[in-house]
Design a protein around this ligand. Structure first.
Ligand SMILES: O=P(O)(O)OC[C@H]1O[C@](O)(COP(=O)(O)O)[C@@H](O)[C@@H]1O
Ligand SMILES: [Mg+2]
Ligand SMILES: [Mg+2]
Length: 333
């Protein structure tokens, strides 16, 4: 049952996330509260990261760890802190039986084998922007496990495919901190009020414009893009669209979601399969995007139709306003 803003069960702007989650649960008579609790655990970890991000410069949390993560990228201190905080919140919460993270090669077992859910996460997205005070985020994706409850979770629990997500979203640590998520119905945004310690419903039932005038890509890679992409970008310039690229996927996605636009991370010479990770960047944002009326594609197929084969596989990503994504896909054909 979809509770859009006009639905009699809809809640007004200003309610807290906790109240909203409880209320939504009543719409599902068979709901037992575990997913609600898991969403609260993620929101809690988000509050802690909000605090760490805000004072990173004061407590020596900027800079690298001098080590590389499984992606071969230098791990930032805040990447590691965020990873630890989310693992701890999900383990203590008890609802997640296993986690995968951008920062760790293998499945993280929480020890809660009675947990019904698994979580895929990018603890801190936009790592290159951490030290320069530019918006960064957290991305999460939740599946109901397919392995029997009580047993040790396996790879199968994570490789179910994007359309099997039961919830997905992100937390954006920007000029304000906002949590945007969906449980497969409407998409809602909750702004964090640190003075109350509460997330407050500020963006109910987000529907993205069907087209826009903003395009987001790393122009420095253009020479390595395939013809169709370069043709599309030339077209955007001819139409005098606005180029906006923060370099944090969550932040670029959030802006385009609200204003209408397209984010492109095509295959490049450096990353022939694209840079972004399917399970904890592309799948969750594609799930959320489709619920808000957007499209997400690899250029060859809808992101949510990609059959995953490994935890950290990458994919090209074109995501945003349907009219803009469709015209790009036409050029890639
Ligand atoms: O510097 P590039 O190549 O443009 O890549 C930027 C992209 O890479 C990312 O930083 C990858 O995510 P992480 O920071 O989580 O590794 C995206 O947030 C961003 O859109
Ligand atoms: Mg990322
Ligand atoms: Mg990251």
């Amino acid at each position: 049952m979809d509770i859009t803003a006009s639905h009699p069960l809809a809640l007004p702007v200003g309610v807290t996330l906790d109240r909203y989650i409880m209320h939504r649960q009543t719409a599902f008579p068979y709901a037992t509260g575990e997913l609600s609790q898991l969403l609260r655990d993620i929101a809690l970890a988000g509050k802690i990261i909000h605090r760490e991000v805000n004072r990173a410069g004061l407590i020596d949390l900027t800079g690298g760890m001098g080590i590389q993560n499984v992606q071969g990228e230098s791990q930032q201190k805040l990447d590691m802190i965020a990873n630890i905080r989310f693992k701890r919140a999900l383990t203590n919460g008890g609802e997640a039986c296993a986690i995968i993270s951008e920062e760790e090669e293998d499945i993280i077992y929480t020890g809660n084998n009675h947990g019904k859910y698994v979580v895929a996460m990018d603890p801190l997205d936009g790592s290159s922007n951490i030290d320069v005070n530019v918006s960064i985020g957290t991305i999460f994706s939740i599946y109901r496990r397919v392995t029997p409850i009580g047993t040790e979770p396996t790879l199968d629990d994570f490789l179910q495919g994007g359309r099997r997500q039961v919830a997905a979203g992100y937390i954006l640590y920007g000029s304000s901190t906002i949590m945007v998520y969906t449980t497969g119905h409407s998409v809602n945004g909750f702004t964090y009020d640190a003075s109350l310690g509460e997330y407050i419903l500020s963006h109910p039932d987000i529907h993205s414009p069907c087209t826009g005038q903003i395009y987001s890509c790393n122009d420095g890679n253009v020479d390595g893009y395939e013809d169709g992409v370069r043709e599309y970008l030339t077209d955007c310039r001819k139409k005098q669209y606005t180029a906006r690229y923060i370099g944090s996927l969550v932040a670029d996605f959030h802006r385009n979601l609200l204003k209408g636009g397209i984010y492109l991370y095509p295959p490049t010479r450096k990353s022939p399969d694209g840079k972004l990770r399917l399970l904890y960047e592309a799948f969750p944002l594609a799930f959320l995007a489709e619920k808000a009326g957007c499209l997400a594609t690899s250029g060859r197929q809808a992101i949510l139709d990609i059959k995953p084969h490994s935890l950290h596989q990458r994919t090209p990503l074109y995501i945003g306003a349907p009219v803009m994504v469709d015209s790009l896909v036409d050029l890639l054909k």
